[in-house]
Ligand binder design. Structure first.
Ligand code: 5GP
Ligand code: MG
Ligand code: MG
Length: 179
């Protein structure tokens, strides 16, 4: 199953420390984080903790339906970004692939008149149109994150991830009681 890149929780922790250090070294310390749910939520929380930032806000954008298959255009599902006028904003997502999600976020944010906007992702694909300002690593495979691996196991049960037996047991119980 070498079609996937499967980082551990420990790699994610190291990655977010790396991204935070990049931001600090560049002189950028945001006042607000805008997370892109759901993949950007855990990286946002980790950056909030490391950088001691008070607030996380959200722009929910859907692009991919399934592993490796994408919709034609990103769709903005909800926007929760009160009071960012005049503020330094850091947008955080798990990965920039085509870069369309970050472009869509950029368009939405411009209407709220922030002072500055920078972008951080854990990973970036080499073919991305919009590169984030801060990221940990370039990866050219489908990334299975610790927070979305059971989605992948549901679709591709043979994928090799930690703790799969326990998950499959829960899935069996769910099927018995709910379907
Ligand atoms: P883009 O708009 O840059 O093409 O895609 C970014 C969004 O697609 C991310 O917010 C993420 O949800 C999803 N995505 C893109 N590539 C991957 C990947 O390799 N693994 C996972 N889990 N999600 C991805
Ligand atoms: Mg996403
Ligand atoms: Mg996702």
């Amino acid at each position: 199953m070498s079609d996937f890149y499967i980082p551990t929780w420990d790699e994610i922790e190291k990655a977010m420390l790396h991204v935070a250090e990049q931001a600090v070294d560049s002189g950028f310390v945001p006042e607000v984080i805008v997370a892109i749910p759901t993949g950007g939520v855990v990286p946002s929380k980790l950056l909030k903790d490391i950088l001691n930032i008070e607030r996380i806000r959200y722009i929910e954008i859907k692009l991919y339906k399934n592993v490796g298959k994408k919709d034609v255009k990103p769709v903005v599902k909800s926007v929760c970004v009160d009071d960012i006028e005049g503020k330094d904003v850091l947008v955080v997502d798990d990965v920039a692939d085509s870069g369309e999600t970050l472009e869509a976020v950029s368009n939405v944010l411009s209407m709220f008149n922030p002072k500055s906007v920078k972008y951080a992702t854990v990973y970036i694909k080499p073919w991305a149109r919009k590169y984030p300002d801060f990221y940990y690593k370039m990866i050219d495979k489908w990334i299975v994150f610790p927070w979305d691996k059971w989605d992948v196991v549901r679709e591709i049960p043979e994928v090799n991830v930690d703790n799969k037996e326990k998950y499959l047991e829960i899935e069996r119980k769910l099927r018995e009681t709910h379907y």
